[in-house]
Design a protein around this ligand. Sequence first.
Ligand SMILES: [Zn+2]
Length: 96
Amino acid sequence: MAVKYKKKCIRCKKNYVLVTWRERFPTCFECQKNELNGEIDDPKMKKMFDIPDEFYKENGFLRSIKVNYIRYGGLSEPQIEAFKKTVKKMKDEKKE
Ligand SMILES: [Zn+2]
């Protein structure tokens, strides 16, 4: 599993975010809340993004994918795959 670091959110500069080294602009759940609640029309995508709030709270990657989708209206295949894989992993971890 990727190593995670605690970084300060670049927007509020108050909350800490768990990020991997790849994340250059860590943003906390609170700051992304509005963007995350954006409208999603595609039923397939709606279903994919329909995961517990706590997943988005815990995982900045899931947040960034959803925000990207809402902002640009599309995702690449690898992004979708990575999203699903991450969700599955988190679900498996919760089960244990
Ligand atoms: Zn913040």
